[in-house]
Design a protein around this ligand. Structure first.
Ligand code: GLN
Ligand code: ZN
Length: 766
């Protein structure tokens, strides 16, 4: 029979229960025992959902209180001594690494946290020492959770991050020089020990994730796979059968480095992202190896097209036979919300198109049944699915002929500003009359308690639209006054009306829908609720003009309009899977283009289009695919901005300054001014702007906005001095790293006073 399998289930619970429990524990309002009990309750509930859905292979150890990579750091005792020597309880040591610890005389910052592949999930980066050793925890978590499920009558397949990925995803600790991959020989015995314990406890198979196989890898890492797995499994009968899992890309380019046939029971591949790898991968399997076919999307919320998925699985079955094929989710379901059942406000029509984690686990089991027993065994499900697919494809919501018509008329010229930068700059100088070293901020000012209260009241209908509007105007008046006092050069309206930089725009565009409970873990206890793009996107009416116009009217200095760019709107939403992302980006760009033109017509002559998500959309491998992405991404940004006069100044903002990999794309955006994060990075990163003779203006952030700390004038001055080693005085803008919405007013004002004073000092000198 064809088995069904899930690679991992979301951890938060139906109502973000884990977030609530963690935060209560951190705040001292929940005991450790109660936190652990809540974790246990959630694990059991999630196993049961999968069991009831008929899933054959249910994962364990996919749960984590904070992050699964952090679980491995602790389980293998790869704990930097600043944490292990603090004398903390095991769980507190764990959270200290994840989020820092500042209590009872212990003061340690967190380990670094970075994006998990190209998803919006963040993992804690393993951080190794010269002379690093490893040791398996006494009661390793995978074993504990396997036994816990077993006690509840469910035999699970433990999920473990593979040794090569664990090392490759890590780094040497600061001041250390160790190359993580060189630690493999020391790490393998610990894996062996863990796997043997799992086998002893009754685990027949384990899922070992080696997702880095989708990357282009350095030689040393490539060469690690074969020997590692030979050693781990090979003919070792003391350990469970290994299913090696890869996801978020194809592994064809790494086929030659895959562990040997004798050491792997099965291989899992992502057939949602890269269906074309099926044939090659099947060809490379040994005569008894099993293929786990990831056909149910773990990264998006759309219902699986059963017909198509069954075809893919049947292709595999024809070559391998039923016993050697498993139907699986493409990746862990960590990246999708818990259940569709919680959504009471979705349009009925649209609801039928979605499938969240609790629905996807049923999908794998239906597909497995269809191919095992024949379609008749699940006729009802198949018919309902076909109907939903058909309804979605032909819905008015998905297809807007006007949008398609407009897209067909987009020309190359529409992407270009009227003149080259020097001409634009001259016109902008004349028009805006800005001093040397102009000062500005990135958009948002502190989102106070009062703002949140009023927004809630408005959402609940406790105050009228007019009352709310008046409140927003008052907030804008306030921030304009503060900017007058601070003597900044380019003002912002402060974004008090925005709940979130993508949702705000999504709510004003056709083609989007919103959920009430569809939270996805971003990191630790933090969850996001991405809006969903369901259809062709258009802008029924201006989205930001009212607020910006009001702000400009009451300001004595240029007011900067503030928009979220097309790529960021796309990346921070669940995109459609029925049209290419470039098409969706272009639709967003056209909607934003109208907004930009309307802002200009309303007297806003500086317009910032934020694109912090541009880099995270980069395909995981360099080469053709990456270039194709950059080409359409850059084009959509340009299309959104290019409708204005030369004298209107276009800004863009990025929350990082590592552009080395794709500098040509940043340059190609042709933005008049770029503001970037820089205060926490090495000023040397600015070198690329010199090397590439970047001609336009740049505002590398002069202070960190993530901390309440107030930088002194001297500190900011030194930072600017450093920047001037790389940038020309006439190129340099003076601004913070990012928006100020998470800050308090007190430190914000103090920091900006110092920033403006530092800028003045340089103005006098030049
Ligand atoms: N304009 C936005 C703000 O100031 C930019 C936020 C971001 O880059 N993430 O909040
Ligand atoms: Zn930012």
């Amino acid at each position: 029979m064809v088995q069904s399998s899930v690679l991992g289930f979301p951890r938060m619970g139906r109502l973000r229960d884990l977030k609530k429990a963690n935060e209560a524990y951190w705040g001292g309002k929940l005991s450790k025992d109660d936190l652990l009990a809540e974790g246990k309750r959630l694990r059991l509930e999630h196993w049961k959902i999968q069991k009831d859905a008929g899933v054959d292979i249910i994962p364990s150890n996919d749960f984590a209180y904070y992050d699964h990579v952090l679980d491995h750091i602790q389980m293998f005792n790869a704990i930097p001594s600043r944490y292990s020597s603090a004398g903390l309880d095991t769980i507190d040591e764990y959270f200290a690494m994840g989020r820092g610890h500042q209590k009872d005389g212990v003061d340690v910052p967190s380990l670094e946290m970075v994006k998990w592949f190209d998803s919006n999930y963040h993992y804690v980066k393993p951080t190794f020492q010269d002379g690093q050793t490893f040791k398996l925890a006494d009661d390793p978590k995978p074993l504990r959770e396997f036994n816990e499920a077993k006690a509840a009558g469910i035999i699970t397949r433990p999920v473990i991050l593979g040794p090569v990925s664990f090392l490759h995803l890590g780094k040497a600790d600061r001041d250390q020089t160790v190359n993580p991959i060189s630690l493999l020989d020391k790490l393998l015995p610990v894996y062996e020990e863990l796997l043997a314990k799992l086998k002893e406890a009754g685990a027949e198979t384990v899922q070992i994730d080696e997702p880095i196989l989708v990357f282009d890898l350095p030689l040393k890492t490539k060469n690690a796979f074969k020997p590692a797995y030979e050693k781990l499994s090979g003919s070792n009968t003391k350990i469970p059968k290994v299913v090696l899992a890869t996801y978020f890309g194809d592994i064809v380019h790494n086929a030659d480095i895959l562990p040997t046939v004798s050491s792997l029971y099965g291989l899992h591949i992502d057939l949602v992202r890269n269906p074309e790898q099926l044939e090659t991968v099947i060809g490379s399997l040994g005569s008894s190896q099993v293929l786990s076919a990831g056909v149910v999307d773990g990264r998006n919320i759309w219902k699986t097209n059963f017909k198509k998925a069954i075809e893919v699985v049947e292709t595999a079955i024809q070559k391998l036979g039923k016993e050697r094929v498993i139907v699986a989710t493409s990746s862990s379901l960590l990246h999708v919300p818990h259940t569709l059942d919680s959504e009471k406000k979705l349009p009925e029509e649209v609801r039928e198109w979605f499938s969240f984690a609790a629905q996807k686990v049923k999908e794998v089991s239906v597909i497995a049944k269809a191919v095992t027993e024949g379609p008749a065994s699940v006729r009802e499900e198949l018919e309902a699915n076909a109907k939903a697919m058909e309804a979605r494809a032909s819905s008015k919501r998905t297809n807007n002929p006007e949008v398609k018509d407009r897209q067909s008329k987009v020309t190359a010229e529409m992407h270009e500003r009227k003149s080259e930068f020097p001409t634009r700059l001259a016109a902008q100088k004349e028009h805006l009359k800005l001093p040397l070293f102009p000062t500005t901020t990135i958009g948002s000012f502190p989102q106070t308690q009062e703002i949140r209260i009023q927004r809630n009241k408005f959402t609940k209908g406790d105050i009228t639209a007019e009352e709310y509007e008046r409140f927003i105007e008052k907030e804008i008046e306030e921030v304009v006054k503060i900017q007058d006092e601070l003597n900044l050069d380019v003002y912002v309206h402060g974004e008090p009306e925005r709940n979130d930089m993508v949702q705000y725009f999504g709510e004003r565009l056709e083609g989007y829908v919103f959920t009430t409970h569809a939270w996805v873990q971003s990191y630790g206890s933090r969850c996001v609720r991405p809006p969903i793009i369901v259809g062709d996107i258009s802008r029924p009416a201006p989205m930001t003009v009212k607020e910006s116009k009001y702000a400009a009217k009451i300001s004595s200095k240029p007011m900067k309009g503030m928009l979220t760019g097309p790529i960021t709107c796309l990346r921070w939403s669940f995109p459609r899977d029925d049209v290419h992302q470039s098409v969706q980006a272009q639709q967003l760009a056209l909607a934003l283009r109208d907004e930009v033109v309307d802002l200009e017509a309303a007297g806003i002559y500086v317009i910032q289009v934020d694109e912090p998500a541009l880099r995270e959309g980069l395909p995981l491998r360099s080469g053709k695919e990456r270039e194709a992405y950059l080409s359409w991404a850059v084009n959509s940004f340009k299309l959104s901005c290019a409708g204005v006069e030369d004298s209107t100044q276009i800004h863009s903002h990025f929350c990082y300054s590592e552009f080395q990999d794709f500098f040509h794309a940043i340059a190609a955006l042709d933005a008049d001014v770029l503001s970037i994060e820089n205060s926490k990075s090495d000023a040397k990163l600015l070198k690329v702007f010199v090397e590439e003779a970047y001609p336009r203006h740049i505002g590398p952030g002069v202070y960190d906005i993530h901390s309440p700390r107030v930088p002194s004038e001297e500190e900011i001055k030194n930072r600017i001095d450093e920047m001037l080693q790389y940038l020309k005085p006439e190129q340099l803008w003076i601004n913070p790293d990012c928006g100020l919405k998470t800050r308090q007013w007190k430190e914000t004002k103090a920091a900006l006073v110092n920033m403006v004073n530092a800028a003045k000092l340089f103005r006098e000198q030049h």
